[in-house]
Design a protein around this ligand. Structure first.
Ligand code: RB5
Length: 147
């Protein structure tokens, strides 16, 4: 898979863990995040989410202190469906039912081994389509009408 990863200064260590984890699984990963310098999550999330919306990457892993700021900012980009996740079950269902492309994790909330499990469930799950596609189309139409 082609994955973009980004992070602010609160999540540099977790980013490094997840970056090597994903590379080790054979994914292509671009790192657009901070390597320790103070960095603002709104700009970071916007830049990486735009690349997904433009079709350059299939998925995003966005990391900050709580995951919340990255998630809110990512969802402001047209076409993006981002979630904050603290456990693998929601990560899996967010792909299967909601067709989310961006997974946000809080480095101050989730430990690194749990974060790897969450990322794996998200990346490996497939959107089920069918009745779920109708629901996703419905909420994406709300976004288009507001544009
Ligand atoms: C940075 O201190 C912190 O606000 C940020 O990482 C994130 O948690 C925001 O949602």
């Amino acid at each position: 898979m082609k994955i973009v990863i980004t992070n602010d200064h609160a999540a540099t260590e977790l980013k490094t863990e997840l970056l090597f984890h994903l590379l080790g699984k054979g994914h292509t990963v671009e790192d657009m995040g901070s390597n320790g310098d103070r960095a603002e999550y709104p700009q970071l999330a916007h830049a990486a989410a735009k690349k997904i919306a433009d079709g350059e990457f299939e998925f995003g892993v966005f990391l900050c202190g709580t995951g919340a700021g990255m998630c809110i900012a990512a969802n402001k980009v047209h076409g993006i469906r981002a979630i904050v996740c603290t456990e693998p079950f929601t990560a899996k269902l967010a792909r299967e039912h909601n067709d989310a492309q961006v997974l946000c994790i809080g480095a101050r909330v989730v430990g690194r081994e749990l974060a790897k499990m969450i990322v794996d469930e998200f990346i490996e799950a497939k959107f089920e389509g069918g009745r779920h596609a109708t629901r996703v189309e419905t909420f994406m139409a709300f976004e288009s009408r507001q544009a």
